[in-house]
Each structure stands twice: as structure tokens, then as C-alpha cells.
Design a protein around this ligand. Structure first.
Ligand code: SF4
Length: 365
């Protein structure tokens, strides 16, 4: 039996009681007795009065409520950077894991409670509307932008709602992105060729120091192999790439370990993205993660307002990691996340014209 994430308190919004996801979460976290609240702000007010580290505490408190806004949004990308035309399905916000570099700690600092939306079935009408508006389009949709897609899956059962809707729809690709091994629900489904399970990867020294609560590299890759054998497509994200003493060996070994287990033909894409953060996050990292090595070394302010490693270091890292990957599968789709057209040209000798396409990953098809 896998350990469930450490949830200490649960708030249920009035009106959310009868949903399947609500019941599944309450059962999974039994014997926690939920507190009924009118909205997420009420839950946050309860959190704020008790904690010195509301962000850390928010990860242990679960708010179950209805998504009253849109579930589906086009990924906003970032100014001056190449965008991959991806759709984000917002099924939950915040995360029970605690990565030092996580942008969500800043993004949701005004209400850092882990929120789960129980009315997930309402997202299907939104996706139907999108696909009807562009009948020839192929849409990549992922749930891993504002949370880890699988950290709570065995407790909430999101995938048991999503997978049956996506199965067999050739114009849709669902991506579930994680740093965990919580794949038990995924393995119950067959006919899942348009569903990609993606793992964010880093070498073990980075996992140990910067990714609290996440599973070890080899465990993630073993889970990837199990999903591959079950018929899922597989994806990987080297994001954020962190340059530490020994990074070359660390990332080369990580690439090697992937291809010891995974057939390159089953991999739909691999992204590379260097560590980046808004300057306002610096203090948060220092205060919440005094042991972190993230801020060691020179980082510069880029055009989109984010700090990154020096361009020459990023080019070197991207070229090397992409080269190691391509040596195992020359036709693998490797792309850069949140980098400029200039960086694309330096690494791949071309930049995609993605703004004119439905999805840059299908540019070359
Ligand atoms: S797994 Fe992702 S969402 Fe969760 S804390 Fe880490 S970076 Fe943030």
C-alpha cells in the first residue's frame, strides 16, 4: 500500500459534499473530519492565523471545492519566449510536494492551500467546445501546470474521470505530469495510446536536495516503464535543469537510465528548461529552503523578467543533454521550454514558427 500525501486538515466547500472526488478524498484521508467552509478564503483565513510558514502549511491542508471559473486555458507562455501552444486543465492548485524551485509557492502565495476541484466532469464540455471550434486541430492538454498531476491521484481518482473521456479521441492528447510513482489508477486502463504520462527528471543529488517528497529517479523510471508496458505514451521533462558541480555526469547518467528502461519509440516528447525564477522569489527560496543550492552561481535577468543561468551555460547544457538524448533516438522530439527563438537557433539551428501552428510539436509533421 502506498503512503498517501501528508494531509492534516481538510476543508469542504458547501455544495461540494456529494461529488465523487470529494468522497474519494475523504475516504482516503479517513479519519480526518472535514471542516465545512463557504469558500477557499475562509479556509485560508483559518490557516493564516495558525502558521508562520503559510506556504508549507498550505501543502498539508486540503480544500475541496467547485471550479467556478474555466477549467481549460491556453498556456499563457511567457513574453518573448517560444510558446508550445499547450492547454492547461486546471483540476487542482498547489501541490503536496515541496520543491525548492517551485514557482507555485510564489504564484499562489496569497492563498497557498492545496485546492482540488471536485466538479471535474464539467471540464469535458469545455474541451468539446475547443475541439468543435477547430475540427482539424490536435490539442495537447495537461493537468501538471498548477499541481503535480498524480501526487493525489490515488486519493482523488482524477485519472479515473479523465482517461475514459480522452481514450480513443485522436485529436486529443492528455499529458499527466508527475515526480511521483502513483500510477496504480493508470494501470487499470487499456486503449490509452493518446495519453502521455510524463515524468519531470533530475539527477538524484538534485532530487534529494531540492525536491522534498518526490520519488527517486529510478523509481520514477520504473513507474514509466510500467506505464509504457500498459500502452501509455511516455514523456520526460528535464525542467528545471540545475547546474551543480558534477551536473554533466548527473544528467548523462539520467539520460542513460531512461533508455535502459524506455523504448525511444514510445516517447512522445522530451523538454529541456533551465532553472528560472522571478527575482521576487529569491527571498522565498532563501527563507523556506536554507539548504538549497539553487542560488549558487551567476544568474542574469532575461527579457521576460526571469532570472536564468548565463546564456553560454544554458546553450552548453541544452546542447549536451539534447545530444545525449538524440544519441539514443535521433528522431526523438526534443524541445526547449520558455526559451527565446535565438536560444532555439543556437541549440537546434532552427526556431519553430509556432505562433502560426496549432502545436509546435507537430510542426515537422
Ligand atoms: S512537484 Fe511540481 S508542482 Fe509540486 S512542488 Fe514540485 S515543482 Fe511544484
Amino acid at each position: 500500500m502506498k503512503k498517501l500525501p501528508l494531509i492534516e486538515k481538510i476543508y469542504v466547500e458547501k455544495g461540494a459534499e456529494s461529488y465523487k472526488i470529494t468522497n474519494s478524498l475523504l475516504q482516503s484521508f479517513h479519519p480526518i473530519i472535514p471542516q465545512t467552509v463557504s469558500n477557499a478564503e475562509e479556509a485560508f483565513a483559518d490557516l493564516a492565523k495558525t502558521s508562520e510558514d503559510p506556504i508549507g502549511e498550505g501543502k498539508k491542508r486540503l480544500f475541496i471545492g467547485k471550479q467556478n471559473g474555466a477549467f481549460l486555458k491556453k498556456c499563457p507562455g511567457t513574453k518573448k519566449m517560444v510558446c508550445c501552444n499547450y492547454y492547461v486543465l486546471n483540476i487542482a492548485t498547489q501541490c503536496s510536494l515541496n520543491c525548492s524551485y517551485c514557482i507555485l509557492q510564489e504564484y499562489f502565495q496569497n492563498n497557498p492551500i492545496l485546492k482540488v476541484f471536485c466538479n471535474i466532469q464539467d471540464c469535458f464540455a469545455e474541451i468539446d467546445q475547443l475541439t468543435h471550434s477547430k475540427p482539424k486541430g490536435i490539442f495537447r492538454i495537461g493537468t501538471g501546470e498548477f499541481t503535480d498531476s498524480l501526487a493525489l491521484d490515488e486519493a482523488a481518482g482524477f485519472s479515473s474521470e479523465l482517461i475514459p473521456y480522452f481514450q480513443g479521441k485522436e485529436n486529443l492528447i492528455l499529458e499527466l505530469k508527475t515526480k511521483t510513482t502513483k500510477i496504480a489508477n493508470l494501470l487499470k486502463h487499456k486503449n490509452v495510446g493518446n495519453i502521455a504520462i510524463a515524468w519531470s527528471l533530475n539527477p538524484d543529488p538534485i532530487i534529494e536536495r531540492e525536491e522534498e517528497g518526490a520519488d527517486k529517479l529510478e523509481d520514477r523510471l520504473d513507474a514509466a516503464r510500467a506505464c509504457q508496458e500498459n500502452g501509455y505514451k511516455i514523456a520526460f521533462h528535464f525542467d528545471p535543469i540545475i547546474l551543480y558541480p558534477g551536473w554533466e555526469n548527473g544528467y548523462r547518467d539520467t539520460v542513460q537510465k531512461i533508455f535502459e528502461r524506455i523504448n525511444p519509440e514510445k516517447i512522445v516528447w522530451i523538454s529541456l528548461g533551465g532553472f528560472r525564477y522571478r527575482p521576487s522569489m529569491k527571498n522565498m527560496i532563501r527563507e523556506r529552503f536554507p539548504e538549497s543550492g539553487l542560488l549558487v552561481g551567476e544568474q542574469v535577468l532575461c527579457e521576460d523578467g526571469k532570472m536564468r543561468y548565463l546564456k553560454s551555460l544554458r546553450v552548453e547544457a541544452y546542447r549536451k543533454i539534447a545530444g545525449w538524448i538524440k544519441s539514443h533516438g535521433p528522431s526523438l522530439r526534443v524541445y526547449l521550454c520558455m526559451e527565446s527563438p535565438e536560444m532555439w537557433r543556437k541549440v537546434f539551428k532552427k526556431a519553430p514558427m509556432c505562433q502560426e501552428k496549432d502545436d509546435l510539436l507537430f510542426d515537422d509533421e
